[in-house]
Design a protein around this ligand. Sequence first.
Ligand code: SF4
Length: 182
Amino acid sequence: MNEKILLHMCCGPCSITTVQTLQDQGYEVTGLYYNPNIHPLTEYAKRRDGCLEVAEKLGFKVLVKDGEYRPQDWFRAVAYRENNRCFHCYANRLERTASIAKRGGFDCFSTTLLYSKFQKHDDIAALGRDLEGGKTRFLYHDFREGWKEGIALSKEWGIYRQQYCGCLYSENERYHKELRTE
Ligand code: SF4
């Protein structure tokens, strides 16, 4: 019997080769869209819809946690810790993923954040291992190996491609050149 994995999904493009890799390895994939770190809400919705399009293409289901989209809680979690905000952001999303995976009887959980060259893999792996429990383990895989193919497929399939990581801080960093200096 195939192992069941709950895969936290941050966006469509990061999910494509991640899910293909897992399916090729024989995992039964269920996606989870839980991302209170994505601002504003319209951006959150575009990325959610991108995930659902990928799920349709690759034939797996996604649990969508729109009811838990509360940016105010996320901002409280990172307040005064902005310089280390990514760690707390990973923790927030992985904790929720692990909790649902354990309750749902999944064999393992992982995240499409491990597809990104911009995320801190060591932090994500350490957090994931800390959250293992019962029969549910964290699956670390370096999904960056599918980076180029994932980009090409996301363009070919017309999946929404974001321009910044997710939070307002990252949007500010991405577009700070728009600010006039004088
Ligand atoms: S930059 Fe990305 S990972 Fe870091 S806090 Fe913002 S949304 Fe989260």
